[in-house]
Design a protein around this ligand. Structure first.
Ligand SMILES: [Mn+2]
Length: 312
């Protein structure tokens, strides 16, 4: 990281994500990072509305691109996202008391950037807001492929809480609205205990590819996994990462931690698989960091580490 970026943060007191140029008016750019300061869709343990601030603060001084994975081979050095035209677009002005209104604001703001031909990276915020981004991106690109890394399937029918939209239902809604092509949806890291198996039946019937941590680690399934991952990218695609996909030892400050999660290298392998896609993902997100919960600082640092790889 250049001393400039560090000094700028110290002098201005502002901490744009990874030191990216700050730019709140939608304009032509390679990509934009947008905070979603809302957690109106969380069932238990709120706090994700503060996620964008914690992620930006954690990103200060953490570098602008990852260390090459292998050094002995003399692999090429990376390029900072800023040099490739990424900007920090600030936070989306979501209202805290209406999930429906907040979702519309997310869709409108993401849409304004997408119409400028921008890729988007959301910093959550709770996972409901992925739906707003998918609505905006599908309008531009048609039905999307989706690599969804999460402990939970997020495809409940909403009956339990009397609403179709919360952080545990957005994927069902996206499938029903035709925002994603279910044949090109891969879920990785699924392991949360069930009340019933209805959502798994729904996802399987739709053609979604489901991978638990044990499946991901099964060497005899490795070629299937590569084929499934490649399928996601055979068209415009989105990468959605719920921080609860990782083991709670690494990312405890999330609404619904589930033991037995992915390691950092396992998660990075999935993110890196997206680099093999014919075209880069059109949208991505890092959701569910709740800085009010225990272990927030460590969780935020892991999240920024993942973001560096997403943007590499
Ligand atoms: Mn989720």
């Amino acid at each position: 990281m250049s001393a400039d970026v560090l000094m700028q943060g110290l002098c201005t007191g502002l901490t744009p994500f990874l030191g990216l140029p700050h730019c709140v008016e939608p304009r032509a750019a390679t990509g934009v990072v947008l905070g979603v300061p809302c957690d109106a869709g969380v069932i238990n343990r709120p706090g994700a509305r503060m996620g964008p601030w914690a992620l930006r603060a954690a990103s200060m001084g953490m570098g602008t691109h990852p260390m090459p994975e292998r050094l002995r081979e003399g692999r090429a050095e990376g390029t900072p996202a800023a040099a490739r035209g990424w900007v920090d677009g600030g936070n989306i002005p979501t209202l805290p008391f209406s999930l429906a209104a907040a979702l519309e604001t997310v869709q409108a703001t993401v849409g304004a950037w997408v119409r400028q031909d921008c890729r988007t990276l959301l910093l959550g915020g709770d996972h409901s807001f992925t739906l707003g981004a998918l609505r905006a991106l599908a309008l531009q690109h048609g039905p999307l492929g989706l690599l969804h890394i999460d402990a939970h399937p997020d495809a409940a029918d909403g009956a339990a809480w009397g609403t179709d939209i919360h952080h545990g239902t957005w994927l069902r809604q996206a499938i029903l609205e035709g925002l994603v092509d279910p044949q090109r949806v891969l879920q990785a890291g699924l392991r949360a205990p069930r009340f019933d198996d209805e959502e798994l039946h729904f996802l399987r019937a739709a053609g979604v590819r489901l991978w638990s941590p044990a499946d991901l680690r099964d060497a005899s399934l490795a070629s299937w996994l590569q084929a499934d991952l490649a399928l996601v990218g055979q068209g415009p695609a989105y990468l959605s990462l719920d921080l609860d996909a990782l083991d709670p030892v690494l990312t405890p400050a999330v609404a619904e931690p589930v033991p037995g999660g992915l390691s950092l290298p396992e998660t990075l392998r999935l993110i890196h698989a997206a680099r093999q896609w014919a075209r880069p993902w059109v949208g991505a997100d890092l959701m569910e960091l709740a800085p009010t919960l225990e272990g927030a600082e460590a969780t935020a640092r892991v999240a920024v580490h993942l973001a560096l790889h997403l943007l590499a």
